[in-house]
Design a protein around this ligand. Structure first.
Ligand SMILES: [Zn+2]
Length: 507
């Protein structure tokens, strides 16, 4: 009997599944501009019928940008086509440099000169940093289409109020690898059995990039080209909200932050969590309306700043993690019934929409929080008795250089060491050491990188709990209260030159 039931179950789903159409995701009566191409016209299938390959995704985004004056597109890393779509009203595009300048002025002492009422909010939406968590990237096709094509008054208002930095695929290599797996092993008649080859991807899976790195731990070390491109965008804009769309186990539902309250990094302001919760109320409303299961404040934490959903929290923004139960392929049995790929895409799309709705509604409140974060940062830095950190390694110029370069990627200012320093048994020479003045904009971020965390409110952890970066680089460092050792700023670093010590006799 069980066999017959599951047979009918599968049959039912394969029928309904093959009929998935755009109105499963988006309101068919919505006033869409017919000149904007729907995803299907370029993909050759409706979203969710196949896993989008990265090249098709890139192709669609370029076509969207070509047909819409709301979208400007750039490639942020040559070779891998890491995309950055800037989506906002044409009026805002015309003054985009002014918007950026005013936004950054909010982090300075001149912040009061900026009228928050007239300033758009910056939202960074990123999808599928783990490439085998593909519902995010596939939902990005629909969200970008909607933002380009919708002529509804609420969309036009939102595009005036927001500048959306949109990266539909945080991990091109991983997305491509997983799309290949899921599409290659898709059955003519869909199979929901978790033992099917389709749901058991071979190693190395699509989670990582080409080098098999988990890029969602690299926001702080920023060692991979994809991360470096992202940090460049992030530091240029300092977004108010950054969303990070993931997938989790098939038997779960949908998670959004805040995470477990006792596992929030103590450097993150309490107001950050309150605002995350308030943004969460928009997700609640949207998922209730849709009738999809969800949860919050469980499982995940908000502690390690090297994750996409936590890094913004130490930069005056709000980072938000989304986790959707994964269908892994096209349809899979789960504790909650049959889980289809289109269902997972629709949930991600819903969270994308509720984020934008929250961003518009809370715009001035979030801008104010951003401004206050940097005001508080100045006060904390001024009160701190420690005024500088010296770092270096007498015998390893290269590591010192790479560490300094990493700091500069985060727009942390480094200076020359004015005179030789002996501290805690270590020698620092001006030729192979640098100084980080602590009274600077990224004061809290610097603290986050150098903190030696040894006590925790909660003994349980989902994620990384310790990462003191100079230790990770095997560098000596010393906190100093004396500002006289701070030399002139080093705006550009060049790698130390190597040379062959003596002439080889046989090579
Ligand atoms: Zn993930």
């Amino acid at each position: 009997m069980k066999t017959i039931l599951s047979f009918f179950g599968i049959l039912y789903c394969s029928i309904s599944f093959s009929q998935v159409s755009l109105d499963y995701y988006l309101d068919a009566n919505h006033p869409y501009n017919k000149e904007i191409p729907e995803p299907k016209t370029l993909l050759g299938y409706e979203v969710g019928t196949w896993h989008v390959s990265h090249d098709k995704l890139v192709h669609y985004m370029y076509e969207l940008a070509k047909s819409s004056d709301r979208i400007h597109i750039e490639t942020t890393y040559e070779g891998r086509s890491l995309l950055l779509l800037t989506i906002t009203s044409p009026k805002n595009h015309d003054r985009i440099e002014e918007i950026e300048k005013n936004h950054m002025a909010l982090t300075e002492t001149s912040a009061d000169q900026i009228n928050l009422e007239e300033q758009p909010l910056i939202v960074y939406q990123g999808f599928s940093i783990h490439g085998n968590e593909p519902s995010g990237a596939n939902s990005g096709l629909l969200l970008a289409y909607h933002l380009a094509a919708s002529n509804a008054p609420e969309t036009l208002k939102m595009l005036d109020e927001l500048v959306i930095l949109f990266d539909p695929s945080f991990n091109p290599d991983g997305l491509q690898r997983f799309a290949y797996w899921a599409n290659t092993n898709k059955n003519q008649i869909l199979t929901a059995d978790p033992n099917d080859r389709e749901y058991n991807e071979v190693w190395p899976g699509g989670r990582t990039n080409h080098y098999w790195f988990d890029m969602n731990r690299d926001w702080l070390p920023a060692q991979l080209p994809e991360s470096q491109a992202r940090i460049k965008t992030f530091t240029k804009w300092l977004p108010n909200i950054l969303t990070d769309h993931h997938e989790m186990g098939t038997n779960s539902s949908f998670f959004f932050q805040p995470g477990i309250p006792s596992r929030v990094n103590p450097l993150t302001p309490a107001m950050n969590q309150k605002l995350t919760q308030k943004i969460g109320s928009f997700h609640v409303e949207a998922f209730d309306k849709l009738g999809s299961l969800y949860y919050s404040e469980e499982d995940y934490d908000d502690f390690y700043y090297g994750k996409g959903s936590t890094y913004p929290d130490i930069n005056g923004g709000i980072g938000i993690l989304f986790e959707q139960a994964s269908s892994r392929g096209h349809i899979q049995e789960s504790d909650n019934g049959l889980l289809t790929f289109p269902f997972t895409i629709r949930n991600q799309l819903t969270a994308g929409f509720s984020t934008l709705k929250a961003a518009s509604s809370m715009r001035v409140e979030l801008l104010n929080y951003f401004k206050t974060f940097y005001e508080d940062n100045r006060v904390i830095a001024a009160k701190n008795k420690q005024k500088a950190i010296v770092f270096g390694n007498e015998k390893d110029d290269a590591t010192t250089y790479h560490f300094a370069k990493m700091l500069q990627r985060h727009k942390i200012k480094i200076h020359k060491l004015k005179q030789p320093l002996s501290s805690e048994g270590k020698q620092y020479m001006p030729s192979n050491s640098y100084v980080i003045p602590l009274e600077q904009k990224k004061h809290q971020l610097i603290k986050a990188m150098f903190t030696k965390q040894s006590q925790f409110q909660d003994s349980l952890f989902y994620d990384v709990s310790a990462w003191t970066l100079p230790y990770a680089f095997n560098l000596n460092h010393s906190f100093q209260s004396n500002t006289s050792l701070i030399g002139e700023e080093v705006p550009d670093l060049s790698p130390p030159e190597g040379s062959v010590i003596s002439k080889a006799t046989y090579a």
